[in-house]
Design a protein around this ligand. Structure first.
Ligand SMILES: NC(=O)c1ccc[n+]([C@@H]2O[C@H](COP(=O)([O-])OP(=O)(O)OC[C@H]3O[C@@H](n4cnc5c(N)ncnc54)[C@H](OP(=O)(O)O)[C@@H]3O)[C@@H](O)[C@H]2O)c1
Length: 245
């Protein structure tokens, strides 16, 4: 089985490569930058211009599409880039698309595009599996809990997350490779739903920090949808928080 991992320099891409090293697949990887010290064969490709896509998808059976661009050129990459890629995939057995829990209910442009991309894939002739996950632990940490200001985490403390270990999600995606096209799967969510305040307090306790938390409200529908936990799914607590992966 020959697998192509797109987005090989990203968070999910790196987690996939780490685990694929121990498995018996032929792996090829692609992104615009070459991941440092990576032994798998790498091909340059750009979803924006389309350059290199043909070469990247040549001779592969399965694609795990971990390339994305949430901020810059996001429509061109998430939707138009996917369309370009799909047009070259008459030969593949399976296209695995990682997506995000609750995207149709959260008013955020990147999430609208992810939904559009899901629909594009569903209406294509490419055999697919859509695997939605909640936010990665590292995403919440990097975006909201990385830098205390004057010894305080100033955060919208009421918003909820059910974050997941990226390595667990990567393993879930790799487990899908041999299962063939599954359509859209049940959500893959972290073990606990917590408010951001609870997460910050846990971080402070675990790391024995002297920081404290200042919770601030934010206006808007996005903020309210995250307070309501639209990005979570209490019925699908899959992650174990397994740090051994
Ligand atoms: N982050 C989360 O919390 C989370 C949660 C659930 C699902 N997901 C989904 O998981 C997937 C991966 O997310 P991630 O957080 O790992 O993303 P990431 O860390 O931002 O990585 C994005 C990857 O896309 C590549 N890329 C960006 N622009 C490109 C372009 N024009 N052409 C080709 N490649 C390009 C980047 O490599 P180069 O810059 O080297 O090209 C990088 O390898 C996404 O579909 C995301 O929606 C993420």
């Amino acid at each position: 089985m020959r697998i192509l991992v797109t987005g090989s320099t990203g968070k999910l891409g790196a987690a996939l490569l780490k685990q694929l090293k121990d498995l018996d697949y032929q792996v090829k990887i692609t992104s615009r930058r070459k991941p440092e010290g990576e032994a798998f064969p790498w091909v340059y490709s750009d979803l924006l211009s389309g350059e290199g896509l043909e070469e990247a998808v040549k001779d592969v059976d399965v694609i795990i599409h971990a390339a994305t661009s949430p901020i810059k050129n996001s429509k061109s990459i998430e939707v138009a880039g996917l369309e370009k890629l799909l047009s070259k995939l008459n030969h593949i057995h399976l296209f695995i698309y990682p997506s995000i829990v609750g995207i149709e209910e959260i008013p955020f442009q990147y999430y609208r595009l992810k939904y559009e991309a899901e629909e594009l894939l569903k209406n294509s002739s490419v055999p697919y599996t859509i695997a939605r996950a909640t936010q990665f632990h590292s995403f919440v940490e990097d975006l909201l809990l990385s830098t205390p200001l004057f010894k305080r985490y100033i955060i919208p403390g009421k918003v909820k997350f059910q974050s997941i270990d990226v390595n667990e999600f990567a393993r879930h995606l790799i487990d899908l490779v041999n299962k063939g096209p599954q359509g859209k799967l049940d959500d893959f969510c972290g073990p606990d739903i917590m408010t951001l305040r609870e997460m910050a307090e846990l971080k402070i306790k675990v790391n024995n920090e002297t920081n404290d938390v200042l919770s601030i409200p934010l206006p808007g529908k996005l903020y309210n949808s995250l307070i309501e936990g639209k990005n979570t799914n209490p019925l699908q607590k899959k992650g174990q928080g397994d740090k051994s992966l």
